[in-house]
Design a protein around this ligand. Structure first.
Ligand SMILES: *Cc1c(COP(=O)(O)O)cnc(C)c1O
Length: 398
């Protein structure tokens, strides 16, 4: 069959692929420790599950407005005011089937041939492919552990051209776990003010932030940017609701209307029942979030310490999300007990999966081949076991 060219322009999500491979091995009875997952290991809190069940019984099972139900939009508006002191109206909100879909709608509504979108690297895997699918060109700004994986105002200034259409910021960041401070965002915001492009702020890990850091997004810090910033968020990570598929955008109404128009010819509304559950997630008790955050912070501290204690490995102490992004390049050029030479992050991940039965995502997937991503959204017991196995596997290299 001759498929459309666009299919070959992108990669299947590598993180989902690793996760699927680890799950398949587990299903065969192999004792795999999976550090690949990109989702919380907690259940959706009971009050939210209840709201979903009630929505079914109350008959919220029909088509809804494409861009989101009014009660969910109002819950989002209240959340933006409460948590960020930002004011939005209903026509400045757009609800989609997850934050990934929201970001997809943004690139479809905004980006075309000739447009450049600036993406700090290491980046979340879907950003570049979504830009490419829309006909645009991703422009990467490289960062490393020595700068805590953050871009500087000078780097941003250098990356901007007459074709720059948007900048994507993601703090706390997947895959590095880095978070920008208010001062850092202010400095970047000042560069943005001198130019004219859209800022896409992916705030999906906003509530998972550690070491006493306070979350802020760029609009909170530089309010003059509000008319050309779109804040993206969702319920997946904060409320352990990855399967419910609800994400949203807050931004200029012209863009929200365009995104809704695009969505009207693809998915139509996000699932009605999940929207009702999301109203409860945003308006209801936030206790479960706080408890989850405490547990993640504990695991983060442990895993960073273990990785840094391994000879040759260095691991940036992440301050948010549920990932660490250690530098494993000490293993490159070495030979496995089976006689294969490890040349890159893909080889290293394959070695760990085959020999140590540990799954992690090679850094190359995020544009950083010296590193690998480990998610600590698994039990402390599994983390401990997995760390022991990685340590042993590195020792066995010659
Ligand atoms: C998980 C994730 C998303 C998408 O989440 P949804 O489940 O689609 O809401 C978006 N951005 C980043 C950085 C993520 O890690």
């Amino acid at each position: 069959m001759k498929l459309a060219d666009r299919v070959n322009k992108i990669q299947p999500s590598p993180t989902l692929a690793i996760d699927a491979k680890a799950k398949a091995l587990k299903a065969q009875g192999v004792d795999v420790i999976g550090f690949g997952a990109g989702e919380p290991d907690f259940d959706t809190p009971a009050n939210i599950r209840e709201a979903g069940k009630k929505a079914i019984d109350a008959g919220f099972t029909r088509y809804m407005p494409v861009g989101g139900a009014d009660d969910l939009k109002d819950a989002i508006i209240a959340k933006m005011k409460r948590d960020h002191n930002l004011e939005y109206t209903r026509d400045e909100i757009s609800v989609a089937c997850g934050a990934k879909h929201t970001l997809y709608n943004i690139s479809q509504a905004l980006v075309q041939e000739g447009d450049e979108v600036i993406i700090p690297a290491p980046y979340w895997v879907s950003y570049p492919d979504q830009v490419v699918l829309a006909g645009g060109t991703p422009v990467f700004i490289e960062t490393g552990e020595e700068t805590a994986f953050k871009i500087t105002p000078a780097q941003l200034e250098n990356a901007i051209t007459a074709n720059t259409k948007a900048l994507i910021l993601n703090s706390p960041c997947n895959p590095t776990g880095t978070s920008y401070s208010e001062a850092e965002l202010k400095a970047l915001g000042e560069v943005c003010l001198k130019h004219n492009f859209l800022i896409i702020s992916d705030d999906i890990y906003e509530r998972l932030i550690y070491d006493g850091m306070k979350f802020a997004n760029i609009v909170q810090v530089v309010p003059e940017l509000k008319s050309r910033t779109v804040v993206v968020n969702g319920v997946s990570k904060t409320y352990a609701m990855t399967g419910w598929r609800i994400g949203y955008a807050c931004g200029p109404k012209e863009l929200m209307a365009a995104m809704t128009k695009m969505q009207s010819q693809s998915t139509s509304n996000a699932t009605s029942i999940a929207q009702k559950a999301s109203v409860e997630a945003l308006n209801g008790s936030q206790d479960a979030v706080a408890a989850m955050c405490v547990e993640f912070e504990k695991r983060r501290s442990y895993i960073v310490e273990r990785l840094n204690a391994m000879p040759g490995v260095s691991c940036f102490r992440s301050t948010g999300a549920f990932y660490v992004f250690p530098n494993f390049s000490c293993a490159y050029g070495k030979t496995t007990p089976a006689g294969t030479v490890i040349n890159n992050s893909t080889d290293f991940a394959a070695y760990l999966l085959e020999e140590a039965k540990v799954a992690l995502v090679p850094g190359v997937a995020f544009g950083a081949d010296k590193y690998a991503r480990l998610s600590y959204a698994i039990s402390m017991e599994s983390i401990t076991k997995g760390m022991d196995r990685i340590e042993e596997a590195i020792k066995n290299l010659k």
